[in-house]
Design a protein around this ligand. Structure first.
Ligand SMILES: [Zn+2]
Ligand SMILES: [Zn+2]
Length: 239
């Protein structure tokens, strides 16, 4: 079970099953130190509520659980356009970019260009969601060094492993290249239901089966270091 889960969804994502308060209560009940709520961006049907990002109204702590206010934004095309609401950009604690059905590109080259463009000129994204998903294959030889260079985290997504959405050969390659280039990784639940929040057992088992590659996993850092990391990234977005 994760103490720090950096990718979860509420009812503000069409596919999420629980309210914000339900997710926070589950996180507290499981003894989690930090949970990031990262609902989908508008292009994927996500409802982005301005209130959530108002620090005076929604504090960053709930009964001892730290809260990061995030967004899983959509990469819209190979040029790297995204659906992050610019009015909220400076208030977002953790910003993920992912390829989803709202992506207009087709195939390996478009997918790869999209992510490289996001890394190069996007609004300081913190993490690439599920870079080893079968639906949107990437040229990892190009993506991993670029992400490492920018300090952008590459995700290992537990729900996708459970659901069979992960390309295991791509995951193996991702881990090997990440270790070689010193990339940052995160192990996340991508939880949409109570059964999923904080789960990492499938990922940890897969990592053991892949020979426990020497990768730097952000979730395994102490809480203070994780908070400092995302605060520093957020200050880049604020310019
Ligand atoms: Zn996603
Ligand atoms: Zn997600």
């Amino acid at each position: 079970m994760l103490k720090i889960d950096l990718h979860t969804h509420t009812l503000n994502s069409k596919c999420g099953q629980h309210t914000l308060l339900e997710v926070l209560n589950i996180a507290r009940g499981r003894g989690m130190e930090l949970i990031a709520i990262t609902d989908h961006g508008p292009a994927q049907g996500g409802t982005v509520r301005g209130t959530f990002f108002q620090d005076a109204r929604v504090p960053h702590e709930f009964d001892g659980v730290r809260l990061l206010k995030g967004l899983e934004a959509n990469v819209l095309d190979a040029d790297g356009h995204d659906d992050v609401p610019r009015s909220l950009l400076e208030r977002i604690d953790i910003l993920l970019a992912g390829l989803h059905p709202s992506f207009g590109g087709k195939g390996l080259e478009d997918n790869t260009r999209a992510v490289l463009n996001i890394l190069e000129s996007g609004p300081a994204f913190d993490m690439i969601s599920h870079p080893d998903i079968r639906a949107y294959p990437l040229n990892l030889e190009r993506v991993v060094p670029a992400a490492a260079d920018k300090g952008v985290i590459l995700e290992i997504n537990d729900a996708n492993l459970v659901l069979g959405k992960t390309d295991l050969e791509k995951m193996r390659e991702l881990l090997a290249l990440g270790a070689k280039h010193g990339a940052l990784f995160a192990v996340n639940s991508d939880g949409h239901t109570w059964a999923e929040f904080g789960r990492d057992d499938s990922t940890r088992r897969a990592l053991r089966e892949f020979g426990s590659p020497a990768i730097d996993i952000v979730n395994d850092w102490p809480l203070d270091k994780v908070l400092a990391h995302f605060a520093a990234r957020r200050s880049i977005r604020r310019g």
